[in-house]
Design a protein around this ligand. Structure first.
Ligand code: GDP
Length: 368
């Protein structure tokens, strides 16, 4: 059989084993646009089928880019920059130049100072040992700054191929679709979905006669909340439009629950101050007393405190606690990877943050 590749996920198409990557029934090979069964079901029925691949398989595939000659476009989710960073990209990229793209800028409140965010992103890149040529803040869904970015990429790539890399769910597929639609007339060239890990291979999309844009497999970051959520809960947790900050005036001994996904305790504080929550507008934030919090969680996880709902609850990890002393003359964010963050105003406080075991929680200088 001639080698065929799925136009949805890039996997090599095979007709032998339905449980393996790239399976398509023989009849599918007659179509003009060949997609594997998994992408077909995803596209037409929004239904996800599991495949036998691990996060490491994806990461190994990505190492190929170090042997290529092109421009690397690293996409991160502005709503979870650290969580969506690929560890070790500096080594993987070889000597290829890199630009950093912060996607989903439409989610940040309108009042956000984008230049400040850009400068902060440069510093984050440095932390990861990445030297970046430029930083762009874009929205692949609304198109904000996409034209400007395309224009600059054209200049920076000097006729070479563009490799687009990113962890799952950063909006890489949406971004490439938008980019290609502007350059050509094609619609929906690749699959986009809520499901982490959709792109299985390298997908080559011609930009002109001599060069291409190449979509690479999305890397799964296990420390992101999305990894523990059902498809339905992921929809609730993923913000769809500008996030409306919610302010809570809290004293020592008070607790916030973000659904049943995260918990934020004020362990020590000299006074009552306003904490600003940045989460999907669809998420419920519940205030209670610290002394009642454990009981509330035990009795009401899944109803009053939800998501997680049914499917996520089947294998819901225990909550673990991390305590942060904030002694800041500047505002600080406590970030729940893949969920959002709480901004602590200037001052001296001790906070405990609870997340499902395996999910990362961290402190950073406030970005807004
Ligand atoms: P991939 O896994 O990186 O290829 O991500 P997808 O392109 O499938 O997008 C993941 C989710 O993020 C989908 O629900 C998209 O609709 C959403 N998304 C992608 N780009 C943007 C954006 O610029 N803004 C917002 N708000 N959502 C986006």
């Amino acid at each position: 059989m001639e080698e065929l590749y799925c136009q949805g996920c890039g996997a090599r198409v095979q007709t032998d084993d339905e449980s393996k990557v790239g399976y398509a029934p023989k009849s599918a090979l007659q179509r003009d646009e060949i997609v594997c069964k998994r992408c077909f079901r995803l596209k037409h029925y929004n239904e996800v089928q599991d495949v036998d691949m691990t996060a490491d398989d994806f990461l190994n595939m990505l190492h190929e880019i170090g042997h290529k000659d092109g421009l690397i476009v690293k996409v991160v989710d502005l709503f979870d920059v650290h969580g969506s960073f690929i560890q070790g990209l500096n080594r993987i990229a070889g000597s290829n130049p890199i630009v950093l793209v912060g996607n989903k800028v439409d989610l940040l409140p309108k009042s956000t100072k984008l230049n400040k965010v850009k400068n902060w992103m440069r510093r984050v890149a440095k932390e990861y040992g990445l030297k970046v040529e430029d930083v762009f803040l874009v929205s692949a869904t609304t198109g904000v700054n996409m034209k400007e970015m395309a224009f600059e990429l054209e200049r920076i790539r000097k006729g070479k191929d563009i490799y687009v890399v990113g962890s799952t769910n950063v909006g890489k597929s949406t971004l490439i679709n938008h980019f290609i639609q502007n350059a050509t007339e094609e619609k929906d060239v690749i699959t986009t979905s809520y499901f982490p890990g959709t792109t299985l291979g390298f997908i080559d999309i011609p930009l002109d006669d001599r060069s291409s844009m190449i979509d690479t497999p999305g890397i799964i970051n296990h420390h992101q909340m999305s990894h523990y959520l059902s498809k339905q809960d992921l929809k609730t947790v993923t913000p769809k439009k500008e996030v409306k900050p919610k302010v809570f005036q809290l004293n020592e001994g008070q607790t916030l629950f973000v659904g049943g996904l995260a918990r934020f305790d004020i362990e020590q504080a000299k006074s009552n101050i306003g904490y600003v929550c940045y989460f999907s507008n669809d998420l419920n934030i519940h205030r209670t007393k610290q002394e009642k919090a454990n009981e509330l969680y035990e009795q009401h996880l899944g109803d009053l405190l939800s998501p997680p709902t049914e499917d996520s609850l089947k294998s819901w990890p225990e909550m673990v606690k991390e305590t942060f002393k904030v002694n800041a003359s500047k505002k600080t964010d406590i970030v729940f990877s893949g969920l959002g963050w709480v901004t602590i105003p200037e001052g001296e406080v001790t906070i405990s943050a609870y997340v499902p075991k395996g999910v990362r929680v961290m402190k950073r200088e406030a970005i807004i």
